[in-house]
Design a protein around this ligand. Structure first.
Ligand SMILES: O=C(CO)[C@H](O)[C@H](O)COP(=O)(O)O
Length: 223
């Protein structure tokens, strides 16, 4: 089993102080910066683009930046995020005309590639591209907004995705996003996730370190 990674979603950060917020959450023990890109078309919200990713790199952020594209179409923006310093780029299969090609573009650009599945989206799209995946991200809320409740049936889907990944023999991270907090992270890990996106649970507290420490304690007992 891969190491557990905690990936705070900057969607819930104070955007007026974004560089400082990212520094603070990384100093508090986070592993990865989760970067939500929304286009007001694929999802009903509008957030940040490659300029902000590039600005974080110029500011000095060296941690992996995990870019989740909630954008349709995806191909036009992939190159901009590669140039902006993204580490992971993930997209929704229904937002790509040619899934295999989009994944290949990401990897050819030197980034890690992943597919994202909404709560009601079937997993079958991953089966034919296992060799091109570094990450599978399961949404445990409908995408577009932070602060929503974890949808419980995602736990079964995590078990299914974990089985598919393990059967494939490829080194693919299994990430979960939406409504993740100290209270449910242990159950989520036991269902097979190894990478945990949390926005409001972390940035909604004053002391990021105590939340991340509490998450790590839950994860340690889930092993
Ligand atoms: O992608 C997202 C929404 O589309 C967010 O990353 C996700 O919802 C995390 O926020 P929270 O932890 O507050 O639920």
């Amino acid at each position: 089993m891969a190491d557990y990674l905690i990936a705070p979603s900057i969607l819930a950060a104070d955007f007026a102080r974004l560089g400082e917020e990212v520094d603070n959450v990384l100093s508090a023990g986070a592993d990865v910066v989760h970067f939500d890109v929304m286009d007001n078309h694929y999802v009903p919200n509008l957030t940040i683009g490659p300029m902000v990713c590039k600005a974080l790199r110029s500011y000095g952020v060296t941690a992996p930046i995990d870019v989740h594209l909630m954008v349709k179409p995806v191909d036009r923006i992939i190159g901009d995020f590669i140039d902006a310093g993204a580490s992971y780029i993930t997209f929704h299969p229904e937002a790509s005309e040619h899934i295999d090609r989009s994944l290949a573009m990401i990897r050819e650009g030197g980034c890690k590639a992943g597919l994202v599945f909404n709560p009601a989206a079937p997993l079958h799209h991953m089966e034919h591209v296992m060799d091109k995946l570094d990450m599978v991200l399961l949404m445990s809320v409908n995408p577009g907004f932070g602060g929503q409740k974890f949808i419980p049936h995602t736990l079964n889907k995590l078990r299914q995705a974990r089985a598919l990944i393990d059967q494939s023999g490829f080194d693919i991270r299994l990430e979960i996003d939406g409504g993740v907090g100290v209270q449910n992270i242990g159950d989520i890990a036991r269902a097979g996730a190894d990478t945990f996106v949390a926005g409001s649970a972390i940035f909604g507290q004053r002391d990021y370190k105590s939340v991340i420490d509490a998450m790590r304690a839950e994860l340690a007992s889930a092993r």
